[in-house]
Design a protein around this ligand. Structure first.
Ligand code: SAM
Length: 269
């Protein structure tokens, strides 16, 4: 079979390399923790509402939320479970998650400071394992195997549908080399090659970082993803923004779609 000649785990690593994507230090996320709590962890966030409606908690009493950030998934589901574990390599994110858990009066949340790459012996097996918007790791195959090994009943992972966080037209306008990242198709194929046949669903909705009402909001959201823009880049972005406004066009596509790649743990690796 021709497809078997392709090693998707390796293709994923190559795509990450081609994108010049180096593993981000936890400090990168520490700096984003407060803002993420505000914009992405809000229980009414359309992404979270949709994701949670698709997570089947039947017969489940424990949940592992890997790359939990400000506790977006585990805190909202803690009320329906006996115990939840939130794991993240960013201490800043865990601090925010801990503060939010206390404010919500939750007593059944354990937060662990670990990375995808660490030894996971300390992380308990849970009925449900989730990795939400936290799957852009250096080695996706290893990550999926580790997550699968910690789940008793079901595994839920989300991945981008698009191949870039910042619209390609915006990257071009700013003058940066266009960077494209591996999207959910890699996850589906890696799992297939591991002998797992996942289901795929889509979470569609507004991009929680996509504010374009004013240029300040727009440039802030672009530099959130691309890093600080220098004066020339900022001017180019401004020209792009003004031109789009003048022509009555949308600045960037208003939604960011996520693919939910999920499976039952009836299959062993
Ligand atoms: C976009 S946030 C998602 C947070 C949350 N799961 C959500 O859906 O709102 C990505 C999270 O993954 C964490 N992360 C990124 N790389 C990681 C790694 N190698 N090990 C552990 N956590 C990681 C970051 O610290 C951050 O909290």
């Amino acid at each position: 079979m021709i497809l078997d000649e392709l090693n998707f785990a390796e293709l994923y690593r190559q795509q990450m390399q081609q994108a010049g994507r180096t593993t981000k230090a936890p400090e990168h996320w520490d700096a984003r923790a407060e803002k993420m709590a505000e914009v992405c962890a809000n229980p009414q966030d359309p992404y979270l509402v949709q994701l949670q409606s698709k997570i089947d908690l039947r017969n489940a009493s424990t949940l592992l939320d890997m790359g939990c950030g400000p506790g977006s998934v585990c805190l909202n589901l803690a009320g329906s479970l006996t115990r939840v574990w939130g794991v993240d390599y960013s201490r800043g994110m865990l601090e925010v998650a801990g503060r939010r858990a206390a404010a919500m009066g939750l007593q059944n949340v354990t937060l662990l400071n670990k990375s995808w790459e660490d030894d996971w012996t300390e992380i308990p097996e849970c009925d449900i394992a989730v990795a939400s918007r936290s799957t852009l790791v250096a080695d996706l195959q290893q990550a999926l195997i580790k997550l699968n090994n910690k789940a008793r009943l079901r595994v839920y992972t989300t991945h981008t549908v698009a191949t870039s966080f910042v619209d390609v037209a915006v990257q071009r306008a700013v003058g940066r080399p266009v960077v494209e990242l591996p999207n959910y198709i890699f996850a589906v194929n890696i799992l297939y090659q591991l002998g797992i046949h996942p289901k795929v669903d889509y979470i569609r909705g507004p991009n929680c970082q996509n504010k374009t009402e004013s240029f300040e909001q727009f440039s802030e959201s672009v530099s959130w993803s691309l890093g600080t823009l220098d004066d020339t880049e900022l001017q180019r972005l401004f020209d792009f923004y003004q031109q789009k406004k003048r022509m009555g066009q949308v600045i960037v596509p208003p939604s960011r779609d996520w693919a939910l790649v999920y499976w039952d743990k009836t299959q062993t690796l």
